[in-house]
Design a protein around this ligand. Sequence first.
Ligand SMILES: *[C@@H]1O[C@H](CO)[C@@H](O)[C@H](O)[C@H]1NC(C)=O
Ligand SMILES: *[C@@H]1O[C@H](CO)[C@@H](O)[C@H](O)[C@H]1NC(C)=O
Length: 153
Amino acid sequence: MLKGLIIFFGLLALCYAASVGSASNATEVCQSEDELWGGEDIRKFYFCLDGQVITDECDAGYYFVNNATICGCLPSDLMKPSCVNLDIKVPDCTGDSKLRPQAADDVSSFYLCTSDGAKELPCPDGKAFVDQDGYLGCFAWSQWRTLRNCVDD
Ligand SMILES: *[C@@H]1O[C@H](CO)[C@@H](O)[C@H](O)[C@H]1NC(C)=O
Ligand SMILES: *[C@@H]1O[C@H](CO)[C@@H](O)[C@H](O)[C@H]1NC(C)=O
């Protein structure tokens, strides 16, 4: 758990160098014995303990990055803009916004207008919200990354 702690103290931990964000088994197979790695879900990171993959999650509003310069949980305003939702406003639920699910700060949630006003709802497990290029709704993280062009550098 030490590495999990290190990351939450804002220091940069050792990270597995290969870009494994796209490895389909990154969440099940140890990619490294002593370094962190990321997966398709941008909020999560993984490490190996006694041969088991342990999943940990960045704090709300933080996202996992692993590239040549940075490894750890970054606040959304330091992330690549294509990976985060900035300047989100709660929909006022008039006009078009009444009918259309809309992005929330948390990329895995969305707003829906109900008779009680806008409600923030989570996407189903393993999915995140996309409103781009004709795609609207919750999509699997791998598809979300492709649609949003949120890939490792
Ligand atoms: C799965 O993990 C192993 C061990 O890290 C790796 O060699 C393999 O290429 C990975 N990918 C797939 C799709 O099995
Ligand atoms: C690593 O990611 C951070 C945050 O997205 C970005 O600011 C930085 O430029 C990236 N570094 C490289 C080498 O791509």
